[in-house]
Design a protein around this ligand. Structure first.
Ligand SMILES: [Ca+2]
Ligand SMILES: [Ca+2]
Length: 116
């Protein structure tokens, strides 16, 4: 894996903080877990086509992220999987990805609030 960027300890910490920020943005009721209704919003952010089959998409996300099998995603699970996903990107791409996710979640949360 010669193309894999290597991060310094400080950079890893910075990335983890970014991921934590994303997690907190998704955790709309602030209970420290992402449950299926919250993950539904994440699914819609990541994949516009998920709208057609969002239940299925949420199941896929849970199956990937939920390591202890309680049906919801905690911060450790979230950070572990997303860090693995993003570590193959360079730092700038990683940051951009997190930023985009944060923006999408914000936009989505606002539009949902207006819809109700
Ligand atoms: Ca929650
Ligand atoms: Ca879990």
């Amino acid at each position: 894996m010669s193309t894999k960027p290597t991060y310094s300890r400080a950079e890893i910490k910075q990335r983890e903080e970014l991921l934590t920020k994303c997690f907190q943005a998704c955790d709309f009721n602030n209970d420290g877990f992402l449950d299926p209704p919250e993950l539904e919003i994440v699914a819609r952010c990541f994949n516009a086509q998920a709208n057609a089959n969002v239940d299925q998409e949420v199941k896929v996300i849970i199956s990937k992220l939920d390591k202890n099998g309680d049906g919801r995603v905690d911060l450790r699970e979230w950070n572990a999987v997303l860090f693995d996903l993003f570590r193959f990107m360079n730092a700038a791409a990683f940051d951009k990805h997190c930023d985009e996710l944060l923006q999408l979640i914000k936009t989505k949360a606002n539009s949902d609030a207006h819809a109700e």
